[in-house]
Each structure stands twice: as structure tokens, then as C-alpha cells.
Design a protein around this ligand. Structure first.
Ligand SMILES: Cc1cc2nc3c(=O)[nH]c(=O)nc-3n(C[C@H](O)[C@H](O)[C@H](O)COP(=O)(O)OP(=O)(O)OC[C@H]3O[C@@H](n4cnc5c(N)ncnc54)[C@H](O)[C@@H]3O)c2cc1C
Length: 497
């Protein structure tokens, strides 16, 4: 049986590993950290548990399907709790709290933004159709332009809203600016601006309204722990504290790996889950690359980064699980993050308060509070060591002023900060661009690095850096596409998509 090595135990690496192990391959995942999960991992801070990255989990049926592919039941590994209402969207003058229930949301919209309710119903109906047309595109490989001549691609083209930005797309449905932002801020999940993100991504807010948002008990990190558990039960191996130093390529094909301790190991196929641009610039010798040399990588577009504060709070705020505080001038804030790459004096902030759904995350009466401000990636050259404390104070100021988390600072016993520099240096995320290569049309589908990596034979990609892109549902889709590619190559049949 073929030997397959996977670099990285992020959700992409683990989901691919699980599918491959399910077909009987000998699979080993090598992970540089002492824990699994990558950006979807957890950490403890004096008895408080934090998700490091993802906190929204949508479309759980994709994960259920993945477990079913290997004869397992997701509910044996994970307890999912729906979060409804979805979130609180706090603007300067109004708070919008959408529900999963369409009728309820219609009424809320009519009350807060009169005459926009019908637009919401139309948005849901039309985007449902768009989603059905787009799903096959997101679930299949795009290794050659020939893939686009297939019927499914042609059928989907009118739905892609090509040439339209996400903001334009939502302007078809709503007249109120705040409502447009309520259905476009999700482009931040891709680290992009609604004024640049392709209109096709209106499926992001649709997905939340249609399929709901879920919280796994213990945190979103439990998804990667569940994948790791099922994978090892199937005979797979995970080696932690195993950092890859170099990918050995001979005559255009994968030969093996060199680890940090100098040991070399041969492998038949290699799957790279480590951040794509990091892996190409740090692990592969430049002479093996044409499309993705360091110079060319530098010229690509990347997502924004995130400034994180993880705070131990000595009380429980009876606020929503998810709150988004919009900057007073949201467009300016977005332009500063993605355009001029400067720090905003009025940042938008996301507050994660999971204790209201899941009391297992902190000692009784206390809560782990996760604060995220989207900020420029490290092409900005900002000096984070100098800026981080001042910026953290600004985040606290905004929260105390604009949200229901009153007197927050007074109730924090300790906190830690994670800057774009930490994402880059500690977590091997290229330029700290936490959501990978941007998802503009020139870097999507065929134009994104292929799941069957086009520059090196026997080399595959999985995770947010390849097709279809960043975000857990799409990462799970990337794992299926990559595993299917290997099965097809070995004539092992493919999984149901
Ligand atoms: C702050 C933040 C919030 C997010 N929120 C959401 C959300 O709410 N919902 C959502 O769907 N998505 C969200 N995402 C996006 C995305 O789902 C996650 O980033 C996801 O973890 C990316 O998965 P991945 O498999 O691509 O890679 P990663 O999770 O980055 O995993 C890559 C792995 O490779 C390992 N590695 C790197 N270099 C080496 C090496 N040399 N040797 C061995 N191992 C190595 C890393 O340690 C890591 O474990 C968020 C991301 C961030 C950063």
C-alpha cells in the first residue's frame, strides 16, 4: 500500500487524512506543534479555554457526510449546539439581531429598516438557486481549463455574478446601508472587502441564514480533535512536534521530507496542508517552481490579518454569543485594512462570548472572551511590538463605548494578545494573511493553486490555500477534492460529492 505523508494537522490536513485512511492508505500526518488543529486549535489560559481561530461553524452536514464516508457518525465525536439568533450586528444607531427563522427576520427587518423585508425574502430565494448552481463548482477540482467546458460550469456561470462586487450584489435587494453591510460583512471571513469581493460570495451570508450557525461543545476546535480521533482509530498516525524543514523534490516529483532534526524520510505522495505561500517560499527550493517562486508569490493578493485579544473575564456577560461592532465609517475602515494598509482609529470588532452557549469553557461565573479586529496583513510593515498595547487599549475603549460589555477592563483578570507578526512567525502564516490568498476572480478556481499541485508530481494541496478556499465548509470540500484526486489516480473510485 502506498505511503502518504501530510504536512500539517489543520482541518484540511486532518479531513484529507481521514478520507485517505478510510480507503486503507497508510497515512501519516506530521505537525510542527504539540497539538492538532492549526488555526482551528484551542489553548488554555489559567483554566479558561479559547478557540484560537474559527468560532463560526456553518453547514455541519458537510462534516457529517465526511464522517459517513468512513463509516462513522459525527454525533459520536461531537455535540453541536445551534446558535440562534445568529448574531448581534451593532451599528452606531441600531442593533440588528437576525434569526434563522425567515419570517422572524423579515419582521425584524421591516421594523428596523422599513420596506426592506421583501428584499430579504427575494435574497433568500434567489441565493438558494445560486447556491445550488455553485455547489458542484465548489465541490469539484479545477485542474484544467477543460473543467469549465463541462455542463455544470456552464450552468453555473450566470449565477456567479461575475463582474459584480458583493456590495453591488446586495444593493439589488436592500436600500438601507446598514442592511447591506449586515449581508456583506461576511467577506471578512475571506479577509476581503465587500467592495472588492466577487458577488458570488453572497452565498456566505445566505449559508448562515439558511443552514444556521453551530457551536461544538468545547469550541470549534473540537472539529479538528474529532477528525484526529477518527483518523487514528482507522490506523492513521499523527506525529506532533515534527516540524518539516524541507520538501525533497527529484526530477520534478516528490521524493520525501527533511525534518528540523535532520532526519530524512521518503514518501510516495505528499499532501501539503501548511499555509500554501509559506510552504512554497520556505519548504520548497525555488529551482523547482515556476508559477509560485518567491517573487511571484509576493505579487499575489492576500487576505487581511487579525489582531486577537483572549481575555479571562471574572464574570459572565449576558450578551450574544457573537457580536459584531461596525466602525462608524465601515468603508473607510475596510479601505484602511485592505487598501492603504494602515491601522484604523475606529476599528470594527468581533466579540466572541461562547460562555452563554457553553459553560464548559471557564470556571463557574467566569468567561473566556475573544476579541478580534481585522487589520492589515504584514505587507503593511506595521511595527506590532510598538503598536500592540495601544491598539489593544483602543479595542477595549470601543467595546466599552459601543457594546453591552460595559466596564470590561475592570472584569478582566488577565489577557493575551496575538498580532499579525505572531500569525506569521509562530504559526507559519505567510505575511500573517490569516485567510490565505485572496478570493478575487484571478485567484479562484482554476486560478487558485490546484489541489493536484501543478508544479510538482505526486504533490497535493489541501486547506484554505487551494480550491475552493478559506473557511471550514470550503476546507472540508478541498479535502474531499484532494482525496478524490488521489483515489482517481490510483483507480480506487471516488467518494460521493
Ligand atoms: C482568527 C481566525 C478566525 C477564523 N474564523 C473562522 C470561522 O469562524 N469560520 C470558518 O469557517 N473559518 C474561519 N477561519 C478560517 C479557517 O477556517 C481556519 O484558518 C482554518 O484553520 C484553516 O485551515 P487549514 O487546514 O487551511 O490550515 P491550518 O489550520 O493553518 O493548519 C496548517 C497546519 O500546518 C502546520 N504546519 C505549518 N508549517 C509546518 C511545518 N513546517 N511542519 C509541520 N507542520 C507545519 C501548522 O502548525 C498547522 O497545524 C478563521 C481563521 C482565523 C485565523
Amino acid at each position: 500500500m502506498k505511503k502518504i505523508t501530510i504536512i500539517g494537522a489543520g482541518p484540511g490536513g486532518l479531513a484529507t487524512a481521514l478520507l485517505l485512511a478510510g480507503k486503507g492508505y497508510q497515512v501519516k500526518v506530521v505537525e510542527k506543534e504539540a497539538y492538532v488543529g492549526g488555526r482551528t486549535s484551542s489553548f488554555e489560559q489559567d483554566g479558561f479555554t479559547f478557540d484560537r481561530g474559527p468560532t463560526f461553524f456553518s453547514m455541519p452536514h458537510l462534516l457529517e457526510d465526511l464522517f459517513a464516508q468512513v463509516g462513522r457518525k459525527l454525533s459520536d465525536y461531537l455535540t453541536l449546539k445551534e446558535v440562534d439568533p445568529l448574531y448581534k450586528l451593532q451599528f452606531d444607531d441600531v442593533a440588528f439581531v437576525p434569526h434563522r427563522d425567515e419570517q422572524q427576520t423579515y419582521q425584524d427587518i421591516e421594523q428596523l429598516f422599513p420596506s426592506n423585508g421583501a428584499g430579504y425574502i427575494r435574497f433568500m430565494k434567489e441565493t438558494r438557486k445560486k447556491m445550488n448552481a455553485l455547489m458542484p463548482l465548489l465541490q469539484n477540482k479545477h485542474n484544467s481549463l477543460f473543467d469549465y467546458t463541462r455542463l455544470r460550469a456552464i450552468k453555473a456561470l450566470p449565477s456567479l455574478s461575475l463582474g459584480k462586487t458583493l456590495y453591488d450584489e446586495l444593493s439589488k435587494y436592500f436600500t438601507d446601508e446598514r442592511l447591506k453591510l449586515s449581508f456583506t460583512f461576511q467577506s471578512k471571513y475571506l479577509g476581503m472587502s465587500p467592495w472588492e469581493c466577487p458577488g458570488a460570495f453572497s452565498i456566505l451570508s445566505f449559508m448562515e441564514h439558511e443552514y444556521g450557525i453551530y457551536h461544538p461543545i468545547g469550541g470549534v476546535n473540537q472539529i479538528t480533535k474529532a477528525l484526529a480521533k477518527a483518523f487514528t482509530e482507522l490506523g492513521g498516525t499523527i506525529e506532533l512536534n515534527r516540524s518539516v524543514k524541507n520538501i525533497i523534490v527529484k526530477e520534478g516529483r516528490i521524493y520525501g521530507l527533511t525534518y528540523e532534526d535532520g532526519e530524512q524520510e521518503q514518501t510516495d505522495e505528499l499532501v501539503i496542508n501548511a499555509d500554501f505561500a509559506y510552504a512554497m517560499s520556505e519548504l520548497v527550493e525555488e529551482k523547482h517552481l515556476k508559477k509560485y517562486t518567491r517573487k511571484k508569490l509576493e505579487k499575489k493578493n492576500y487576505s487581511c490579518s487579525t489582531f486577537m485579544i483572549y481575555a479571562n473575564v471574572e464574570k459572565v456577560y449576558q450578551e450574544h454569543h457573537h457580536t459584531v461592532l461596525f466602525a462608524s465609517d465601515y468603508r473607510k475602515n475596510v479601505e484602511e485594512i485592505t487598501g492603504s494598509k494602515t491601522l484604523s482609529a475606529d476599528p470594527s470588532i468581533y466579540i466572541h462570548n461562547p460562555i452563554v452557549t457553553d459553560p464548559t469553557l471557564a470556571p463557574e461565573g467566569k468567561s473566556p472572551l475573544y476579541l478580534l479586529a481585522p487589520v492589515p496583513n504584514n505587507f503593511s510593515k506595521l511595527d506590532w511590538e510598538e503598536q500592540k498595547d495601544t491598539f489593544a487599549e483602543l479595542v477595549f475603549d470601543q467595546i466599552e463605548k459601543k457594546s453591552g460589555f460595559k466596564d470590561l477592563r475592570r472584569h478582566i483578570s488577565s489577557y493575551s494578545i496575538l498580532t499579525p507578526n505572531d500569525w506569521e512567525q509562530r504559526f507559519n502564516v505567510y505575511k500573517g494573511a490569516t485567510f490565505n490568498l485572496s478570493h478575487n476572480l484571478g485567484q479562484m478556481m482554476y486560478f487558485r493553486p490546484h489541489n493536484q499541485f501543478e508544479e510538482i508530481e505526486n504533490c497535493w494541496l489541501t486547506g484554505g490555500g487551494t480550491h475552493p478556499g478559506s473557511g471550514l465548509p470550503t476546507i472540508l470540500a478541498s479535502a474531499t477534492i484532494t482525496a478524490n484526486g488521489i483515489f482517481k489516480k490510483d483507480k480506487k473510485g471516488i467518494l460521493i460529492q
